[in-house]
Write a protein that binds this ligand. Structure first.
Ligand code: ADP
Length: 554
């Protein structure tokens, strides 16, 4: 593309060349015309002078001597047109001049003139004729070429001057162009209002500045919303995939981790590069066809929920957004809750059925008078079990409700253990089990009631699953940074296969034994919950027939 400098330069140069050459030509023409006029005047004057000499001194004055004294051609013509004398040629050889226009005019008006080509001298010539007093004619002529040649000298001078002028003006034009263009080249379009430029450009530069500000503001807004988008999507735990109708536009960190892909490998490619799972494909296809998708899939032992939604712009489907959430915990707690509800109903039903069975027998008079108190005792026992069960369920749901940040207080574990011992002393005695608490006072921050239930449940189990003459030793102490509380019994112990499951709700190694001792199968669930609530850890060591040690580190 041509530069402005080139264009301006060449336009200026052309204009200059045209102006100078036209001026030169015009000057030449004017010069020529004035020269021609001058020459004519000279010829006329000369002719006038010679004529007056001829009129006064007679025709003899017009002779070769006169012809030689002047540079002009002098011709003397008779009345009938015969050439009498010519200073350039032999008059005898010349044809009759009667009809020459200048002669005819002179015959009629006294003088005549014409410019034409002369056969005699072979040049364009200016002729001027005067009628003399005796009726003959005197003609003075000057060849034009001599006018040209003298003019050409002038022209050469004009030409040289013109050429010099041209060179100078062209150089000047180049410099001027540079100077005109310089501010334009030096214009800073980033900051158009800084710096000196032509006033004519001011509106344009103002507009550029406005546009710049607008673009900057738009860029800033785009950057901010992008940052916002990134901050949200990159820090969310859910996987997020945004696509247009053919390819993935963006995929967040969670989705990358989840599907073990790299951003480069999926961005700009089909959804299939993210995952080949049918649920992912279905979710995407459903979304791009304009519907909502909600499904689940299992991956590496975890449960995920996937949502697909269409992206609508101006009512037209332009792509899809897929959201993938890890719902393993939710699914697990839902299963647990379902199981728990089923278990609770079952557990509550058993004592209730017994109670209603016994009551029915009494009602129908099928129980003898002497057995009545025994039946009443069973009903009382089942009711106590029911009460214990309900109490444990309430405890557990209370623990479920509690959060890790529930208000805590300084609690001495030894004091709690001592309290629990006191409350269980009678039970232990009835079963022939010695219950002892030892150790040092250890104060931790915790929920007193929860810690108490925890210790009491462990001690209660130690007594329940024990033998006559057995013992339960509770030790409270500090192991490095952690407080611990340990209950060690020398009771029946737990089979290895069951150890893993004893913390499950309603799990009992030996149902009948548990029931006989008033167990609900919820005690250790409460313990586990209480430990979790205090960020603690529980260790079980047990040997069947030898005894069990529960150690809780807090
Ligand atoms: P339960 O109310 O039946 O005692 P828990 O949740 O407290 O329920 O205990 C679950 C099961 O773990 C019990 O049924 C029992 O079989 C076993 N168990 C708990 N503690 C002991 C222990 N100290 N010695 C032997 N078995 C125990």
């Amino acid at each position: 593309m041509k530069t402005m400098e080139d264009r301006l330069g060449s336009a200026m140069s052309r204009l200059l060349i045209f102006t100078i050459v036209a001026t030169a030509i015009l000057t030449g023409v004017i010069e020529y015309l004035s020269y021609f006029d001058q020459m004519k005047t000279e010829v006329r004057n000369e002719a006038g002078a010679i004529a007056s000499v001829a009129n006064t001194q007679g025709e003899a004055a017009i002779n070769a001597a006169l012809g030689e004294s002047t540079g002009s051609r002098i011709t003397f013509i008779d009345m009938d047109g015969t050439v009498l004398y010519d200073s350039y040629a032999d008059a005898k050889t010349m044809e009759n001049h009667y009809n020459r226009p200048e002669i005819s005019a002179a015959r009629e008006k006294g003088t005549g003139e014409q410019t034409r080509y002369s056969d005699t001298i072979g040049r364009r010539t200016y002729y001027y004729a005067i009628r003399l007093s005796d009726g003959k004619f005197l003609r003075v002529s000057e060849p034009l070429e001599s006018a040209f040649s003298s003019l050409m000298r002038g022209f050469t001078l004009i030409g040289l001057f013109t050429a010099a002028l041209l060179v100078f003006t062209l150089l000047f034009a180049k410099k001027l162009t540079k100077k005109i263009v310089e501010p334009l080249n030096g214009m800073n379009l980033e900051h158009p209002l800084c710096g000196e430029v032509y006033e004519e450009l001011r509106p344009l530069l103002n507009r550029v500045d406005e546009q710049n500000n607008l673009i900057r503001a738009q860029e800033e807004a785009t950057r901010r919303s992008h940052e916002e988008y990134m901050a949200i999507t990159e820090n969310m735990r859910e996987g997020l995939i945004v696509t247009n109708m053919d390819e993935v536009l963006s995929v967040n960190n969670s989705a990358i981790r989840l599907f073990r892909v790299s951003r480069e490998d999926v961005t700009g490619h089909g959804i299939i590069t993210v995952s080949r799972r049918p649920e992912v494909m279905d979710a995407w296809k459903t979304a791009v066809s304009g519907s909502h998708y909600d499904g689940q899939f299992l991956m590496e032992g975890r449960t995920f929920e996937i949502f697909g939604n269409p992206v609508l712009i101006d009512g037209e489907i332009r792509g899809a957004v897929l959201l993938i959430m890890d719902v393993t915990e939710k699914a697990r707690t839902e299963t647990l809750r379902r199981e728990f509800t089923a278990n609770v109903s079952h557990e509550l039903k058993t004592p209730l059925m017994s109670i209603s069975g016994y009551a029915e027998l009494i009602e129908q008079g099928m129980v003898r008078q002497e057995d009545l108190s025994g039946f009443a005792g069973r009903i009382r026992g089942e009711s106590a079990r029911l009460a214990a069960l309900v109490e444990d369920i309430i405890h557990l749901s209370e623990l479920d409700e509690m959060k890790e940040d529930s208000p805590k207080e300084d609690t001495d574990l030894l004091e709690i253990a001592e309290e629990a011992r006191k409350s269980l002393a009678l039970t232990a005695e009835n079963r022939g089990v010695t219950l002892t608490v030892q150790g040092e006072p250890v104060v931790i921050r915790g929920i007193r009631q929860v810690l108490y239930e925890m210790v009491r449940n462990l001690m209660d189990n130690g007594i329940k699953y024990n033998k006559e003459g057995g013992s339960v030793k509770v030790t409270v102490g500090k192991d490095r940074d952690h407080a611990f509380i340990r209950t060690a019994d020398n009771g029946i112990g737990i089979p290895d296969a069951d150890i893993e499951r004893i913390f499950e709700r309603f799990y009992r190694v030996d149902k009948s034994h548990s029931r006989a001792t008033g167990g609900t199968g919820l005690g250790l669930s409460i313990v586990k919950h209480a430990v979790q609530l205090h960020d603690g850890r529980i260790v079980v060591e047990s040997k069947q027939g030898k005894g069990t040690i529960f150690t809780i580190f807090l």
